[in-house]
Design a binder for this molecule. Structure first.
Ligand SMILES: [Zn+2]
Ligand SMILES: [Zn+2]
Length: 279
């Protein structure tokens, strides 16, 4: 079995890439995709660990985009993660990400919470790694302002939270183009979390090539709906736990392998990427 969605310390996961691969081995997975937010910095280390643990690594990315004020995530598989244009595009996304962190921290300060960008940045675990909202949540938990990741998002950091901010970013369509131009296969991440099925149809029309039908935060009803749509449109159905490691002993989203699919899905993604490479 394979799990096609996981985060490492290269973004807001708490497991180093090699630790994720080791855990994938323990969970009996044949392959694991590394899909960090807006960075490919974890892939090299994961590939090195791949041989050691006998777990195949699917190189991936999860690109943050915005549509009508809402965060939309687009997964990309088998991207050429050394492509200079792709890397410079990711760099520009990370600048927006930094801007967003600054805005949220400012909002928290206005709410009377004593928190600084330096405190949040010190939670970064890998040199070229990204920081994101879970790192802000860690600081809030450390100060006793909230008692869990879930509370941090509900009260402050999530879409309806008091300190939420979302500067303009690229559109989901841009992310689809960027992934294809880097030789990869674009897949819509967790469509069930957006509450906007028009968007799903719009992206199918635009040329997205897969749907993450199975995700830790999807209901069984959502999973069967998106699975059906993927089949109807000839798209690749993927499954992912969205593993972020543990914080205070609690796993955010799901553990590795919580959502998984057969190795055949990896073969489909590979063959799409190979056809793209052949032009
Ligand atoms: Zn996501
Ligand atoms: Zn994710």
């Amino acid at each position: 079995m394979v799990d096609l969605h996981s985060h490492t310390t290269a973004s807001d996961g708490t497991y180093e890439p090699h630790q994720s691969i080791r855990r994938a081995k323990e969970k009996g997975l044949r392959a694991l995709a590394i899909t960090d937010h807006d960075t490919v910095a974890g892939i090299k280390e994961a590939l090195e660990a791949s041989e050691r643990y006998g777990v195949e690594v699917v190189p991936g990315i999860e690109i943050s985009t915005v549509d009508q004020g809402q965060d939309i995530h687009v997964l990309g598989y088998y991207i050429n993660y050394q492509d200079p244009l792709f890397l410079s595009r990711l760099e520009s996304l990370r600048n927006v990400r930094d801007k967003r962190n600054e805005m949220i921290i400012e909002n928290l300060q206005h709410l009377g919470i004593d928190i600084t960008l330096e405190e949040v940045s010190s939670r970064r675990k890998m040199d070229e790694g990204n920081i994101g909202r879970p790192h802000i949540a860690e600081v809030l938990m450390g100060k006793g302002i909230v008692s869990s990741m879930e509370e941090a998002f509900r009260e402050y950091l999530g879409k309806t939270g008091k300190a939420y901010a979302n500067p303009p970013r690229i559109t989901p369509e841009d992310a689809v183009d960027w992934i294809k131009e880097a030789g990869g296969v674009p897949v819509l991440a967790h469509p069930g979390l957006y509450g906007d099925d028009n968007l799903v149809h719009r992206l199918i029309g635009y040329g997205i090539e897969g749907i993450e039908a199975y995700h830790t935060d999807h209901s069984p009803e959502q999973e069967s709906r998106y699975s059906l749509w993927a089949k109807q449109h000839g798209l690749i159905e993927t499954a992912g736990s969205d593993f972020h490691g543990e914080r205070n002993g609690v796993i955010f989203h799901g553990d590795l392998g919580t959502r998984r699919t057969s190795y055949e899905t990896v073969e489909k993604l590979k063959s799409k990427a190979e056809k793209r490479a052949e032009g």
